[in-house]
Structure formats: structure tokens, C-alpha cells
Design a protein around this ligand. Structure first.
Ligand SMILES: C[S@@+](CC[C@H](N)C(=O)[O-])C[C@H]1O[C@@H](n2cnc3c(N)ncnc32)[C@H](O)[C@@H]1O
Length: 236
């Protein structure tokens, strides 16, 4: 049986990106009130400065990523390498991306460099603001977060996450969420919609989780502008 979540070598091939608060607002339709209404979980946080930027606005965020197992220097090197790779990769696959939003490969690299630096200034593997953990197992009590955000992992890498991995990952993200879970995007890295979405949403409904899609205020990949919103049928 295939593993339920990426492990070992496979995970090392996933890039670690630093999307900033402005992108999170657009991906997840976040309002100013959302940022300060209660504890937020960002999983995977990657090199995003989202937590640092929300804390600068008096909000509370815990960022979780399996890459936080790396030493600070190792993580900094990976993030800088992956930021450079992003420019090369998007330039080589221009037709796949939404340049009306992203600008150009150079503009994207500039944005990511600033965002990654903001992250690295704030980052410390303290087990409080930044927690090293891997889906589908999170080290938090039930309902610990009012809002959970998950960007560019689930649905993006169907070659690494099986269907069961998606189901157990979302159920675990919901276990620690009292309010709402938002996931973006719903396409893989080639822009292909997740093929088993209807089946997945039906399986979530059987577990008391309601789902609906919404149109985000951005897309990176052409056509990839939907997010998934998940709530408990019986509020917790
Ligand atoms: C493309 S980055 C997205 C980071 C950030 N959310 C953003 O949008 O810029 C994907 C991240 O998922 C992390 N990751 C991969 N598998 C994971 C797992 N099973 N649990 C938690 N994080 C994981 C990787 O380390 C990587 O940092």
C-alpha cells in the first residue's frame, strides 16, 4: 500500500515557498477581522512570513511544517535555493501560470526573496510559533485553532499524497479546528483539478465535515483559482 503522506526523498523534492500575507489574503479570502479573531494554524507554513506578519497585527499564528526539523542554516539554504528555482521553473513553463497576478518570473522571485527574508528574521524552531510536524499527525488538542489555512500541499502533489492521505490529512486538520479550514489551490502543479474531489467531499460529509468551494482572489496556475472551505456540521 502506498504511504499516506510524502516521506523521505519525496518530501525533499517539494519546494519550500514563502508566500506572504498579501498572497494569503487573496488565496484564502481573509479579512482584517479574520486575522485577529482567534488562533490560526498555518499548515504547511513553509517559509511563509504569514505568521510573523499576523503577529505584527496582534494576531496569533502557529506555523507547522515538516521542514522545521531542519537546522536554521539548512532551512535558510533550502529556501534561498528553492526561491531561485521558482524563477527558473516558472520562466521555463510560462504558459502554465497566471502572469496577470504574478507579474513575471523576476517579479515573483523578488517578492519571494523579500518574503523569505521576513520569515528567516522571525523563524526559530521554538515549538510554539514554529512547530516541526507532518500531516497527517498534528501535536495539538481538538479544536485548538479557530481558523486553519493550508496552501500548496494538499491537491498539489497527488503523486506524493494518496487519496487516503488527503482524507486523513483533512480530517486531522479539522480535528484541531473549531471554526473553518481553508485549502488552496485545488489543482496540481500542472493545473489539473483534483480528480477525486467529489468522492473526498462525500467521505468528509460522512465524518460530519461540510465542504464548499469558493473563488479565490488570485491564482498562480492558470485555472487554479478555487479554494475549499471545510466546517463542522455540528459546530464545536
Ligand atoms: C509549496 S510549500 C507551501 C508553503 C506555504 N504554505 C506557501 O504557500 O508558500 C509546501 C510545504 O509543505 C511542506 N510539507 C510537505 N509534506 C508535509 C507534511 N506531510 N506535513 C507538513 N508539511 C509538509 C514542505 O516542507 C513545504 O514547506
Amino acid at each position: 500500500m502506498a504511504s499516506q503522506a510524502p516521506t523521505g526523498e519525496a518530501i525533499d523534492r517539494l519546494i519550500i515557498t514563502p508566500r506572504p500575507l498579501s498572497d494569503y489574503r487573496d488565496m484564502f479570502l481573509l479579512t482584517d477581522a479574520d486575522l485577529t479573531a482567534g488562533p490560526i494554524l498555518d499548515c504547511p507554513g513553509g517559509a511563509s512570513p504569514f505568521g510573523a506578519q499576523v503577529r505584527a497585527r496582534a494576531g496569533s499564528v502557529v506555523s507547522v511544517d515538516r521542514a522545521y526539523r531542519l537546522s536554521r542554516d539548512e532551512l535558510a539554504e533550502r529556501v534561498r535555493r528553492d526561491t531561485a528555482l521558482t524563477e527558473t521553473w516558472t520562466a521555463a513553463n510560462r504558459e502554465s501560470f497566471n502572469w496577470a497576478y504574478l507579474g513575471s518570473p523576476v517579479a515573483l522571485r523578488r517578492l519571494f526573496e523579500v518574503a523569505a527574508d521576513l520569515f528567516l528574521i522571525d523563524y526559530a524552531p521554538d515549538g510554539e510559533r514554529y512547530v516541526a510536524a507532518s500531516l497527517p499527525t498534528l501535536p495539538f488538542p481538538d479544536g485548538a485553532f479557530r481558523l486553519t489555512l493550508s496552501s500548496h500541499l494538499l491537491f498539489c502533489y497527488p503523486e506524493y499524497f494518496t487519496y487516503e492521505g488527503h482524507l486523513t490529512g483533512i480530517v486531522e486538520l479539522m480535528r484541531v479546528t473549531s471554526g473553518e479550514l481553508r485549502i488552496f489551490p485545488l489543482v496540481d502543479t500542472t493545473g489539473r483539478p483534483y480528480p477525486r474531489m467529489d468522492e473526498l467531499c462525500a467521505a468528509l460529509a460522512e465524518r460530519g465535515i461540510l465542504t464548499e468551494t469558493a473563488i479565490a482572489a488570485c491564482s498562480y496556475l492558470a485555472g487554479g483559482d478555487s479554494l475549499l472551505r471545510c466546517r463542522w456540521k455540528e459546530p464545536r
